[in-house]
Ligand binder design. Structure first.
Ligand code: 3HC
Length: 284
């Protein structure tokens, strides 16, 4: 089973990146958003990302145009009908995702494999709403998608071996390193990363050190590209909060509970980089 026609539902931070790397790999891509406005914003993200590579002399203008030419932008889910693989990358909300998969299940040909880029929801639960749990898998990319080399391929008890192998081959074709995980809360990376990022917030909340010193500690002491408070801001504080709620619900362990300061910041509209304010000020 080889995936050559790819659909990506959602053209935000993650979806635009997935569409970009798939088109870069020479695949035929359909990218879908709910409105023309969001579609234009998603397309601009892809253009900006490819533009960086052109500016640095790592991609020619012709190749950039060819990559963009391989992506069809649409607001209709019906355009996913002929796809071999459709990756959903919409907001981290179970009900929204379940509804999309119900619609995709109807719109797509029977052979289409459906995948979710969810970071923390159960792949098994998302698959159960469709008529094809054997052709359903998790494909968890990392932000920024064009840069981060990892894709978690998440297999449920129902995912077929053929679909799992094809999903790994797709990730490799997109230039990524696939790792295989079972459908357990947070898979591999977020199960380890989220308690660490929450601990950094607790350390800051408790006044142990300044935000800069906490971040510098991990950057210069452990070689991380970003400190934990910077990384919380980068992922998005609302996203971190919702991932924490989902993982706490699954494990009932305090290390997954969103810290009170994180909750207050989200309530105040401090969502990190995307809102211009989080642990740091990005308004300038
Ligand atoms: N899109 C495309 N390319 C980008 C990019 C973006 N948004 N951001 C950076 N780049 C590229 C640059 O063009 C540059 O490319 P080059 O090496 O070919 O010249 C390269 O990445 C490095 O960028 P910069 O020099 O501008 O900046 P930095 O060296 O500071 O790197 C970073 C930026 C790659 C974001 C780095 O800080 C980093 O790796 N941070 C950690 C990110 C991380 O941990 N992500 C995972 C988050 S967890 C997650 O996604 C899971 C979810 O479920 C929560």
């Amino acid at each position: 089973m080889e995936f050559s026609k790819i659909g990506v539902v959602g053209c935000g931070q993650m979806g635009s990146g997935i569409a970009e790397v798939a088109a870069k790999a020479g695949l035929d891509v359909v990218s879908r958003e709910v409105s023309d406005d969001l579609l234009a914003k998603g397309k601009a993200k892809i253009e900006k990302s490819l533009g960086r590579a052109v500016d640095k002399g790592k991609l020619s203008a012709e190749d950039r145009d060819a990559i963009l030419g391989r992506i069809k932008f649409t607001t209709s889910l019906d355009d996913m009908g002929d796809r071999d693989l459709v990756v959903e990358a919409v907001t981290e909300d179970l009900q929204v995702k379940l509804k999309i998969f119900l619609e995709l299940d109807k719109a797509c040909k029977p052979e289409t494999v459906l995948a979710s880029n969810t970071s923390s929801l159960s792949i098994t639960e998302l698959a159960a709403g469709t008529s094809r749990p054997d052709k359903f898998i998790g494909l968890h990319f990392f932000n920024p998608v064009p840069v981060m080399k990892l894709v978690e391929v998440v297999k449920t008890v129902a995912s077929s071996e053929e679909v799992t192998d094809s999903a790994k081959a797709f990730a490799e074709k997109c230039g990524k390193v696939p790792v295989l995980a079972k459908d357990g809360g947070g898979f591999i990376v977020n199960r380890l990363l989220v308690p660490y990022l929450f601990d950094a917030i607790l350390v800051y909340q408790n006044g142990l050190a300044t935000r800069e010193d906490i971040d510098n500690g991990m950057k210069f002491g452990c070689g991380h590209p970003m400190g934990p408070l910077e990384l919380n801001d980068f992922i998005g504080l609302d996203t971190m909060y919702y991932i924490g709620l989902i993982l706490f619900e699954e494990f009932k362990e305090p290390r997954f509970a969103p810290p009170p300061l994180l909750k207050r910041m989200v309530q105040a509209g401090y969502l990190g980089r995307k809102s211009g304010r989080g642990f740091y000020d990005y308004s300038k």
